[in-house]
Write a protein that binds this ligand. Structure first.
Ligand SMILES: C[S@@+](CC[C@H](N)C(=O)[O-])C[C@H]1O[C@@H](n2cnc3c(N)ncnc32)[C@H](O)[C@@H]1O
Length: 276
């Protein structure tokens, strides 16, 4: 529970925790032991599997899943769930309290909910010298580059652009509808591998990596972790959910001798405070 009733309410609204709408499961996977309820739809999907068309089962809203960010919400502005929202609140407020220099960034924003929440936290704290950065292709995930990143070989997130590709215009609109679009909100549009090397910020205080794949995660570490201030926070959304993401975390930590303890948030997300 936050000290601010506005912040407490906002995070619930951003994940549609208050609305008993239909949740949405990830798409039916090909022959992975999944027993679909609607065989005709499943058969249709198999026929159309090379097209952009994907059939999903709608499931009733499940409060526990929404707390843990385990469903893909049909309408919410963020899919990360309540506990990972609480974690953003903790990390942002701690860096403000301790005067840690640098902007805040989320890499992989989807409908924008997490970074909208970061902007709200700065506003409530009266912080005017930090920006929040929304980094995304705004067209979904890239096709795997399996030659360079073997861990992404079978990754099929790029086929889900009907769900995962949200335009910059929509994200701007989502900021606006909460009254939070202003010049402290910056957009970094394009593939991470292209935008991160020349990103126009020097210091970061909170880095939230939410790009799912090995490539998207390691790009974040390679280009952004060196800019993260000591005392700042590194958050990885998909550590417990996507094996390639977890591997990227361990590869980078090993190569750079990072020994800070990895702290679990909710079984999927993890974070640590940069100590040196
Ligand atoms: C799971 S969604 C992010 C969820 C979001 N953080 C939230 O609060 O709901 C992943 C996002 O990462 C973006 N993405 C993943 N890899 C990327 C890459 N290499 N370059 C640019 N965008 C990428 C996708 O476009 C998508 O918007």
């Amino acid at each position: 529970m936050s000290d601010s009733p506005y912040i407490d309410l906002l995070k619930k609204v951003l994940i549609d925790y208050h609305r008993m709408e239909m949740g949405e499961t990830p798409p039916i996977k090909k022959n992975k032991g999944h027993k679909p309820r609607y065989w005709l739809l499943y058969a249709l999907e198999r026929i159309l599997k090379n097209s952009d068309f994907t059939i999903r089962e709608k499931v009733p809203f499940n409060r526990k899943k929404r707390e843990l960010g385990l469903d893909w919400p049909a309408y919410a502005d963020s899919m990360i769930g309540l506990k990972r929202m609480d974690n953003i609140e903790f990390c942002v407020n701690d860096t403000i309290k301790n005067n840690i220099p640098g902007d805040l960034i989320e890499t992989g924003v989807w409908r924008g909910g997490s970074v909208i929440f970061m902007r709200a936290l700065l506003k409530v704290a009266g912080v005017t010298d930090k920006n929040v950065w929304a980094a995304d292709s705004f067209e979904g995930l890239p096709k795997p580059n399996a030659e360079k990143y073997a861990a992404d070989k079978d990754d099929d997130h790029y086929t889900l652009h009907d769900i995962l590709a949200i335009s910059e215009e929509t994200v701007r609109y989502n900021f606006e509808k909460y009254g939070l679009l202003d010049d402290q909100v910056k957009f970094l549009k394009g593939w991470f591998k292209d935008t991160f090397p020349t990103a126009p910020f020097e210091k970061l205080s909170v880095v939230r990596l939410d790009g799912d794949m090995y490539e998207s995660t390691i790009n974040g570490f390679d280009y952004l972790y060196p800019k993260l201030s000591v005392g700042g926070y590194l958050i990885v959304d998909d550590y417990g959910a996507v094996p390639g993401c977890k591997q990227a975390v361990h590869d980078y930590r090993q190569q750079h001798n990072i020994t800070e303890e990895i702290i679990d948030i909710d079984g999927s997300g993890v974070y640590w405070k940069k100590l040196r």
